[in-house]
Design a protein around this ligand. Sequence first.
Ligand SMILES: [Ca+2]
Ligand SMILES: [Ca+2]
Ligand SMILES: [Ca+2]
Length: 391
Amino acid sequence: MYVNVRTPRFEGVAPDDESLTDGTLNVYRGVQLVDSVEDIRANALWAFDFPVSLPDGEYTLHFSFMDKAGNTGATTSRTFTVDATRPVTTLTVNPGDLTNQAQATFEFTSNETESTFACSLNGAGFSACTSPHTVSVGDASHEFVVRAVDRAGNVANVIGTHSWRVDTVEPSTRIAAKPDVDTNAPNAEFRFESNEAPILYECSLDDAAFVECATPYLLNDLPEGAHRLVVRARDEATNVDTTPEEHVWRVDMTPPLAPEITAPALDGVVGSLTPTFQGSAEPGSQLVLFVDGVERGVAPVEPSGQWRLTLTTAISEGPHTVSALARDAALNEGPQSQASAFSVDPSINIIREVSSRGGGLSCAAGGEGHVPLMFLGWASLVLMAARRRRV
Ligand SMILES: [Ca+2]
Ligand SMILES: [Ca+2]
Ligand SMILES: [Ca+2]
């Protein structure tokens, strides 16, 4: 048997025998006598605490009575082990400081064989447990304590404790700042946000593998063309946002070519003080029109490459020049086209009107091209329009 005190208590009942005198109890460690207790009264219950402090170890006790003739009677022998030393508990496996697993498994040992263990979770009472020991807990901070109890019943004062946090919820990701969908900048700056902190981000640029990326996230010297950045937040418990955010944009550093102006034709004559201009330019770009070097309007260029712009404010009669440039979606501006001369002469409208009322007379006064020398009669009106084509 095991005892956990150094001065164990011995108890017994002496046989009811008038022929016996007092008894003697000898305690041995191996063959060495540790101490003797004599004068144990016969014919009675007897009990005493052993008078000598016994170091931890195995002992044998011999207990016997002597009869009145001096003969030693039958000897009773017992072995016992003194263990008054508390065991030491060691926690060998724990779930780490932070985990995304609701189940946590602990493994623990004692420095003494045949120890038993008692476990406590979050301050609850200790209950018997064995290693490995698994607990299921929710998203929160937790504390686990385990202590060994040796064969003699000594409870460890060196206990295993572990505090940890469970986080099973994946974080969210938001792109808070990003480049324009169309940009002429080869560098891009992103900013990310999440509902958790501290937080890490992982980025995938143009379908490359995800790599850790801090916010702000700067990209330099991107080649022209389409780009796609996918970003996902990853919390410290390694939960990853399974619905990443993405941004698609295009780097365009190439300005459009100078537009072509097809109407009015070079040196053409228009009748309107708010003439309509037409031509072609880079599809999808914006056409910026200049009359006499002054910007007079902006018009979209159709996917076909055609554009058309009618002035909204009048220009004066007489000679003018028109030129244009194209500005693409990334705001690259191409060169201005060479200035093209044209004239405004409202009188050709009268010619056109006269022509249409007179019927049957061909007239090229459609707002473009030249008007040849003509002579027309209508009522009392006689009008001569003379133009010399300058080619
Ligand atoms: Ca012990
Ligand atoms: Ca989380
Ligand atoms: Ca471009």
